[in-house]
Design a protein around this ligand. Structure first.
Ligand code: FEO
Ligand code: CA
Ligand code: CA
Ligand code: CA
Length: 732
């Protein structure tokens, strides 16, 4: 981590709501009793997952085959400015910031003079999904040689307002920002869809494909759907009837629906907006509570100062103070139109994207479906990535119909499943069990919440964080990605780290699901406090499956340095071939069953760049209870019971890849045969100082130009493709 403001580590859960679990530490331990029936891998579930993996084409996908042992040599930790994969594998750069998406877009010069980013790859590639194409260019769930990559462009490398690698001289670090700079910065956000093809073993993008497209932070092809559509909270000058949102922003994790559409989560969107110091007084209503809970205090500076670039609406909309007139005359509600899971059809740029308000508004990461079962509701699991935020589940009102796996229209199928249902938040109890609490306006704790007066169910969804506070949800160590184990349907969540977890904290003391508090020294001197290395939690739904309101859970693995104390920090006994910090991306491969863990770290980066590991996890309850004890300031003990999964072996958890300098590893998808894997190398060189823009020798990374890709020496976020030299499945 460098010393700039970290917009990716937001911190606005100041609710008094004590961690529910701490209240329950003394509760009777019934875990052993309820865990007696943990099942083995079910063939019916595997069949269901084959359906879930369908890409919407008319052909079939084979049921996943769980991998045997991880058949590669572990990659050592590294600080080199390169991407390292195991012997026998090849990693090639495929698609980097600025690469053209049309036949007429100029090649990327990478010197800060490029423009036309609406027709180029965006920046900070993040979550990514594969959408296969058959030989005639039609959707196909079995295609392995040709397809679309749909991916997020989360943010941009910045310091003092400016996205300095995009501008010749580093750009303008004071207000006002020039419109020409802002236009480029806005356009590199959003998503891109790019066609890729394998020709004689070499993958490449097709810049001239008519299927390529972008959505940016200014796109108009997006509507609001679900209970908050048309609500007074959504009325803006851009959409006076509250039915539309302009643009999608800070897109982080992704997901793929059982009907073959793309889901993208809007994460740290709040920081792009600003409001005047006097705005709290001007508003003088509950909207101030909402704005603060979502991280926008009055007078807080925006991340890039985009609001300063002019009086046109495309700039003015980033300044969200309440004016003297009606809500339809200003942008006071603009923040309510961001923070959603957005669904779009990767195969059809003309289909209007939907912001799914039924799934709640927060700092979304990925969205993963529980195993679909015909005739039963669908479940979507989601995390809210900020310190002390929550884990959620959406349960559809509609029951899953097999015919919807290959629908005529994907996004209208999404209307059926994702616009009506129940939103739940998780409470993790100290006995290894947990509860899904419905966020409903009819819950007395929500209806009578003193901190914020909810008007209706739309208000509950738009202010899901406040509703979750009201019911005492468990404050987690920054939930990032979630993914569904293809072998048994259990749901895994990465909890990346949490510097606010503290024994002395009134609101975030260690609890069973977030049990570690310790200090790790970076560079031998810099104290990283709280839970600096993160952990991966998993849950198993009760007998009602997707519709269950209770679950059991444990911690699959705790991130740690292999040399850290085994009794308090390295609770999973990680070795040097397995140790990692700050898990973020998490994807189960449908073809191999391998769980891929990707890191976005700032704690262990004195020793190693960020990485990707392959895992073959077991199941909830395969490990043991672990009692931790802390001493409070008054000398009394704080005892915390947690549940640690069976320690991984050298054959069930192994480092597969280490990335370039200052990058994070994120996003993962594969061809359905598991033989080509696509991942993203995000923000190499992000620690570079803006003042060093003229001297490439001072960039902390020159990847991927130092790997032979593209012009210039400025580092670029990029997609890479990984293949096995013998043509086999990746990781086996
Ligand atoms: Fe965009 Fe929480 O990572
Ligand atoms: Ca360290
Ligand atoms: Ca992430
Ligand atoms: Ca992250």
């Amino acid at each position: 981590m460098n010393d700039r403001i970290d917009f990716n580590d937001e911190n606005s859960n100041t609710s008094a709501n004590p961690s529910f679990d701490s209240v329950l530490q003394a509760r009777l331990n019934r875990r052993g009793l309820l865990r007696g029936g943990v099942g083995t891998v079910g063939t019916t579930m595997l069949g269901g997952l084959g359906l879930a993996a369908c890409g919407g084409g008319s052909d079939d996908v084979a049921a996943p085959v769980p991998a045997a042992l991880l058949g590669f040599s572990a990659v050592a930790k590294s600080l080199a400015d390169t991407v390292i994969v195991p012997p026998g594998y090849t990693a090639s750069v495929l698609y980097a910031l600025g690469d053209p998406l049309t036949a007429t877009t100029a090649a990327y010069k990478n010197d800060g003079t490029d423009t036309d980013f609406e027709n180029r790859a965006g920046d900070h590639h993040d979550g990514m999904e594969w959408f296969g194409l058959d030989a005639s260019g039609k959707p196909s769930s079995s295609a392995i040689e040709r397809g679309l990559l749909a991916m997020n462009h989360e943010a941009t490398t910045d310091e003092k307002l400016s996205s300095f690698f995009l501008h010749a001289n580093g750009g303008t670090s004071t207000l006002p920002r020039p419109a020409a700079e802002v236009d480029k910065e806005v356009a590199i956000h959003g998503i891109s869809v790019v066609e890729v093809k394998n020709t004689s073993g070499k993958w490449a993008t097709l810049p001239a494909s008519a299927l390529n497209f972008r959505l940016t932070a200014l796109s108009t092809n997006i509507q609001l759907n679900g209970p908050a559509r048309g609500n007074a909270l959504m009325v803006t000058k851009y959409s006076t009837d509250g039915t539309k949102a302009r643009g999608t922003l800070n897109n982080c994790g992704t997901g793929k629906t059982p009907w073959g559409s793309f889901l993208t989560g809007e994460e740290n969107w709040a920081g792009y907006f600003t409001r005047k110091a006097a705005d709290d007084t001007a508003r003088n209503d509950k909207s101030v509570v909402s704005l603060k809970r979502y991280g926008r205090n009055a007078a807080a500076a925006s991340r890039h100062g985009w609001e300063s670039a002019g009086t046109d609406e495309q700039y003015a909309r980033w300044e969200i103070s309440q004016g003297a007139g009606a809500a339809s005359a200003d942008y006071r509600n603009e923040l309510n139109t961001f923070g959603y899971i957005v669904e779009l059809d990767a195969y059809d740029k003309n289909k209007t994207a939907r912001k799914r308000t039924a799934l709640g508004r927060f700092a979304h990461e990925s969205a993963t479906f529980g195993t679909p079962v015909v005739g039963q509701p669908l479940a979507v699991y989601m995390g809210d990535d900020s310190r002390g935020e929550y884990i959620y589940k959406f349960l559809s009102a509609a029951n899953w119909a097999a015919a919807d796996a290959t629908p005529a229209d994907r996004v209208t199928t999404g209307d059926k499943y994702l616009d009506s249902g129940k939103l739940y938040v998780a409470k993790f109890n100290s006995d290894g069990q947990g509860d899904w609490v419905e966020l409903s306006i009819s819950n007395p704790l929500i209806a009578a919440y003193a901190t914020y007066g909810f008007a209706d169910q739309a208000d509950v969804l738009v202010n899901a964080r406040l509703a979750a506070d009201a019911v005492g949800a468990t404050k987690m160590d920054r939930p990032e990605w979630c993914s569904t184990n293809v072998a048994n349907g259990e749901i895994y969540f990465t909890l990346t780290n949490n510097s606010n977890r503290a024994v002395a904290s009134a609101t975030m003391p260690p609890d069973s699901a977030n049990p570690r508090v310790y200090t790790d020294l970076k560079n031998g001197t810099s104290a990283q406090n709280g839970n600096p290395n993160g952990h991966i939690l998993r849950l198993k739904e009760g007998t009602a499956g997707n519709a269950a309101i209770g679950f059991s859970w444990d911690v699959y693995v705790f991130g740690a340095e292999s040399g850290a104390a085994s009794g308090t920090v390295n609770l999973s006994s990680l070795t040097a071939d397995q140790d990692f910090s700050s898990p973020d991306g998490l994807v189960f491969s449908p073809s191999t069953g391998i769980m891929w863990i990707q890191t976005d770290d700032g704690a262990y980066t004195d020793v190693t760049n960020c990485m990707m590991l392959a895992a073959l996890p077991g199941q909830v309850g395969d490990g043991s209870k672990k009692a931790l004890s802390y001493t409070k300031a008054d000398g009394s003990a704080l005892n915390v019971d947690t549940y640690v999964g069976k320690a991984p072996t050298a054959n069930t958890l192994k480092r597969f890849l280490v990335g370039a300098k200052d990058c994070e590893i994120t996003g993962l998808c594969e061809t359905p045969d598991g033989k080509a894997m696509f991942i993203n190398i995000q923000h190499p060189g992000e620690g570079t100082k803006m003042a060093d823009i003229a001297d490439p020798a001072k960039y902390t990374s020159q990847w991927p130009s130092n790997a032979g890709y593209g012009a210039g020496k400025r580092p670029r976020s990029a997609t890479i493709v990984i293949t096995k030299n013998d043509g086999g499945k990746i990781g086996t």
